[in-house]
Write a protein that binds this ligand. Structure first.
Ligand SMILES: [Zn+2]
Ligand SMILES: [Zn+2]
Length: 201
C-alpha cells in the first residue's frame, strides 16, 4: 500500500485555556462599586452625557471623561424582545436555550442603555393567557432581578418577604395559589393583579 496516501490517524483533543485579565481602571472601579450596590457612571465634561458602564473617552467629543457620578437604581425598560434564534453565547461558549427575552434598561440620569438583563418567558403560555397576565409575569421576573442587583436575594428560587414587598409596590399580589388569600412567600409562587393597583392602572 502507498504510504503517501495513508490517512493520518486523528485524535480529537479539546484544549482549555483558563485565563484572567484585568478589568482596567474604569471598569474596575465600576465593578468594585457595583459590588457595594452603587451604580457609577462617568460624565463627559464637554457634552455632559453620562455613560454607564463608564467609558474613558466620549465617542462624540473625543474628550477624556473624568467626573464620576452615582446613579439611582431606577430606570426605564426601553423595549424588550423575545429571542427565538439559537446562537452560541460568547460569554459561556455554549448554546443559549431559546426562547429568552432581551430588555435594555436605561438608568435614570444616564444617556444610553446600561445594565442589561435577560428574562426568559415561555411563549407557549402566551396564547393561553391575556396580555396583562403575560406582562405581569415579566414584572414578577423583574422583581427577582431587582432583588438580585439591589436587594438580598434568598437561596435558590425562594420568594421571600423583600421580593413580596417589591411585588406589592408594583401592584402584583404574591400568592402560592394565584388567588386571594394565598401565602405571599414560598418556593413555588405565582401572583395575581391587584384590582386598581399600579400595575392594573
Ligand atoms: Zn462628550
Ligand atoms: Zn418567581
Amino acid at each position: 500500500m502507498d504510504k503517501q496516501k495513508e490517512e493520518y490517524i486523528v485524535i480529537p483533543i479539546t484544549l482549555s485555556l483558563p485565563c484572567r485579565f484585568s478589568a482596567g481602571p474604569y471598569m474596575g472601579r465600576f465593578l468594585r462599586e457595583f459590588k457595594q450596590k452603587r451604580i457609577l457612571g462617568v460624565k463627559c465634561p464637554s457634552c455632559g452625557r453620562t455613560f454607564v458602564p463608564p467609558r474613558q473617552m466620549c465617542g462624540r467629543c473625543h474628550t477624556e471623561t473624568c467626573e464620576w457620578v452615582e446613579l439611582k437604581d431606577t430606570g426605564t425598560l426601553l423595549y424588550y424582545d423575545i429571542v427565538y434564534y439559537e446562537f452560541i453565547d460568547p460569554t459561556t461558549g455554549e448554546k443559549k436555550p431559546v426562547p429568552w427575552v432581551h430588555g435594555p434598561i436605561q438608568l435614570d440620569g444616564s444617556d444610553g442603555d446600561v445594565v442589561v438583563d435577560e428574562i426568559a418567558l415561555n411563549p407557549t403560555h402566551f396564547k393561553e393567557r391575556t396580555m396583562a397576565q403575560t406582562l405581569s409575569t415579566l414584572v414578577h421576573e423583574m422583581c427577582h432581578l431587582w432583588q438580585h442587583h439591589f436587594g438580598k436575594p434568598p437561596r435558590g428560587n425562594y420568594h421571600n418577604k423583600q421580593w413580596a414587598t417589591k411585588m406589592l409596590s408594583c401592584g402584583l399580589i404574591p400568592s402560592d395559589t394565584g388567588r386571594e388569600g394565598g401565602k405571599q412567600t414560598g418556593q413555588n409562587m405565582t401572583h395575581y393583579i391587584e384590582d386598581g393597583g399600579v400595575f392594573d392602572t
